[in-house]
Design a protein around this ligand. Structure first.
Ligand code: ATP
Ligand code: MG
Ligand code: MG
Ligand code: MG
Length: 476
């Protein structure tokens, strides 16, 4: 079943059951506490918090999501993307645990002819929160899941709160057993690659107090109205329904892997290292297109930096794979052609998305050209001095003068068996920020003296002033 069909079915199933279909919100969160939308419930947050009265009792959506904290997992686990789509159904004081559990079960196990996804019930494993006997009883007695396929998990996995006083509650998750080829048996509590988590059902039933962040807080009592928030990963379900090994091989991402293969001549499946790179390229290029599509432009702060980092990581992996020339144009084109079926605005906006992406590739190439040579010399010098730690000074100079991303310095140094004095680098970054602040106060104007950067440009030829841009408040 194609991704587009998974999405259509989802919305139809819940619409037929009285849910209002709400289009995906932009990735740029309309929420001062978030840079980007990481979950389907974000656009509904004011309803859950009781700040705004919801215009409906039930809603459903397929929300575009970006989770940068998952970046290191991409391509290495089988199931983490920086971009993914979360299918959700939501109840605002309407149905609760039993309703949510029954819908989820019916959606997954109803036959394809009946509008479901046709999963085999025996392959589904359930987790519930430690003390949530109510949920377990529903699964066992109302749905008929045998007790041995229900496991209990703690707060980290199966209890939800927003990190602030307000609604919270236990979750129950549905996991799919992909079989012995993915490792040992024992259920999701012991093997999360074999028993892959596909759907999280959150039961908002308590009110939490301030406490200490996400995990340690007092429960003040029951909420006046109980809510449901669920999220199913579209790519994870696609991976199962399409019978592929990981989410990067599902229809909308596989074509990007194939394009990267064509551009580099490296076959997918040839070696673990190059496979990881190809998967990173597919994931990151898609995320870049979706971010640019929603209006993010590459920069050195906030969302712009998220985009820059992800896009540069994709380009760099293409280089590691041996791509000789520019790659972004064709990769962006491929992503738009496949994602455009579900997001037609990408097609309409093709020209602008390409222009932004190509500009970033050009600017990164300039940066790389200047920086790589210097890094190599620095690593050589470090070695000849009998050390395996590149100084914070050198890393800072690369970043400050040449706009060479710090994470790239770390990565490239590590490839040559050298680490970097990160503390030293961060100290210099802080000193520079403090100086910049003092400067700005002294000048009392918003203008920056660019002469220093001009000298750099003169020295290194046609540099595109990425060094200039990269010195402005980059955090890492
Ligand atoms: P995991 O434990 O696998 O990291 P999670 O518990 O962090 O997932 P939730 O926050 O419960 O995920 O999100 C709901 C659903 O969204 C998950 O069950 C999964 O199907 C999907 N999902 C979460 N993170 C990702 C990701 N990085 N890439 C693809 N799908 C994801
Ligand atoms: Mg996670
Ligand atoms: Mg989880
Ligand atoms: Mg989860």
């Amino acid at each position: 079943m194609e991704s587009a069909e998974i999405r259509r079915r989802w919305l139809r199933f819940f619409e037929e059951r009285g849910h209002t279909v709400v289009p995906s919100a932009s990735l740029i969160a309309d929420d001062p506490t978030l840079l980007l939308v990481p979950a389907g419930m974000v656009p509904f947050k004011p309803y859950f918090l009781g700040e705004v009265k919801p215009p409906f009792k039930r809603a459903t959506s397929v929300q575009k999501c970006v989770r940068t904290p998952d970046i290191e997992e991409v391509g290495k686990t089988t199931r983490h993307g920086t971009f993914f789509q979360m299918c959700g159904n939501f109840s605002f004081g309407d149905y609760f645990k039993e309703g949510a559990i029954r819908y989820a079960w019916d959606m997954l196990t109803s036959s394809v002819e009946d509008g479901g996804y046709g999963l085999e019930p025996d392959k589904l494993w359930i987790t519930v929160y430690l003390d949530d006997d109510e949920a377990e009883t529903i699964w066992r007695e109302k749905i008929g899941v045998p007790a041995e396929r229900i496991q209990r998990l703690g707060k980290k996995d199966n209890f939800w709160s927003m990190g602030v006083p307000g609604p919270c509650g236990p979750c129950s998750e549905i996991n799919y057993d992909r079989g012995p080829e993915f490792g040992a048996e024992g259920g999701p509590a012991v093997n999360d690659e074999r028993y892959v988590e596909i759907w999280n059902l959150v039961f908002m039933q308590y009110e939490r107090g301030a406490g200490d962040g996400k995990e340690d807080f007092p429960i003040l009592g029951d909420l006046p109205a109980q809510n449901i928030d669920t999220g199913l990963g579209l790519e994870r379900l696609a991976m199962i329904l399409q019978g592929v090994q990981n989410m990067y091989e599902t229809d909308t991402l596989r074509v990007v892997i194939d394009k990267a293969t064509e551009l580099t001549g490296v076959q997918y499946g040839a070696a673990h290292g190059s496979d990881v790179s190809l998967r990173v390229v597919a994931d990151h290029m898609r995320t870049s297109v979706m971010l640019i599509g929603d209006g993010v432009t590459p920069g050195n702060e906030g969302r712009g930096y998220v985009l820059r980092r992800i896009m540069r990581r994709a380009i760099r992996n293409m280089r590691l794979l041996g791509a000789p020339g520019p790659v972004v144009g064709e990769l962006v084109d491929t992503v738009i052609s496949t994602m455009g079926r579900q997001y037609p605005e990408l097609e309409t906006d093709r020209k602008r998305i390409e222009t932004v992406a190509l500009g970033e590739e050009a600017s990164f190439n300039q940066t790389l050209k200047a920086g790589t040579a210097i890094l190599e010399t620095a690593v050589g010098d470090t070695r000849s001095a009998g050390s395996t730690v590149l100084s914070g000074d050198k890393a800072f100079q690369l970043h400050d003068t040449y706009g060479f991303p710090f994470d790239l310095t770390l990565e490239m140094a590590a490839e040559q068996g050298v680490s970097v004095d990160e503390d030293g680098f961060r100290r210099l970054m802080k000193e520079q920020r403090d100086r910049a602040k003092a400067d700005a106060r002294a000048k009392k104007t918003g203008h920056t003296d660019v002469t220093a950067y001009r000298e750099v440009a003169d020295r290194s030829g046609t540099t595109d002033f990425t060094g200039y841009a990269s010195t402005l408040g980059e955090a890492s």
